[in-house]
Ligand binder design. Sequence first.
Ligand code: PEP
Ligand code: MN
Length: 369
Amino acid sequence: MKLELDIQPIQSWAPHKDRPLIISGPCSAESEEQLISTGKQLKDIGIDVLRAGIWKPRTRPNSFEGFGEKALPWLQAAKKELGLPVTIEVAKPQHIELALKHDVDILWIGARTTVNPFNVQELADALKGVDIPVMIKNPVNPDLNLWIGAIERIYNAGIRKMAVIHRGFSAFQKTKFRNEPTWQIPIELKTILPNMPIIGDPSHIAGRRDLIQEVSQKSLDLNYDGLMIESHRDPDNAMSDAKQQVTPSTLKNILGGLQTRISRGEANDVVFINQLEELRKQIDNIDRELIENLKTRMNLVEQACEYKLQNNVTIFQVERWNDIFRSRSEWAKKMNLKEDFVSEIYKLIHVESIRSQTEVMVKRETVTK
Ligand code: PEP
Ligand code: MN
């Protein structure tokens, strides 16, 4: 499936140099002074757009929910003082109305809003006849159609200056990321909507400072058009998302350490990356199966050992191992795999089999004593 949407290039509404667009700023606007001082440092390191949260969607009530309407003049002041375009999250039609009144340049729809078609439609209705760029974060759950549905609703309202933001997905199984990147989903989105600008949000994917560089690099490797990275002058004391925010000077180092595909002289080819991703995913699956099979093999060896013990048969039988080495090398040869390679692997398996069978014997002796 391919969708032909008439999207305007990102350079036309968020001008930036000959490198990915950089959006940065605090998770939340905490005061006019905080916003301007952080913004100044960010401007000095060359960011293109200043972000700040005004209304914060929080998981539990009674946590800091942003300063709301009161913070909009702070943003206006920062925009005037720094000369940078500003962007905020909107979740209700009333937010859009207030943002427009306060000269906000770019809006974004948060992950917790994209999940709900009723909410997205309300925002779309409020955007009818308005010419403002809108960035749409992926929904919290890994559902590509929900993401595309939100894009279509906003597009049908007449918005043509659009981008998507990849901020990762909630996952049942916890990994090192706060939100699983599940790269396959934005890659698929890009194949369906080839001209949709895509911005990576390493802060919300990583959830911790030390992973931001790695996730940013991966986003650029996939040819993303920009990055949105949260930055705070004093991250440890931030009122929201303290663990993932970085100081502007750390951001400078992160950005300085990134390699763009252009600087590496690589082909500008998303399909190449896409196929590479797919192959790597298959390799990961095969490796998992290899390890699962090794585990099953060890279980069988231990069962055989028990059986031998019960029947008073010697545990280590040289002929059996000679037989294994010979047959496995022959199988390898037939499959055009190097015999040496496979026999090296079996040497390791042999050592581990002996170790585990010895363990079974020792356990049994301690039980019988
Ligand atoms: C944010 O950008 O601060 C935010 C709340 O993001 P998300 O919607 O991705 O959780
Ligand atoms: Mn945040």
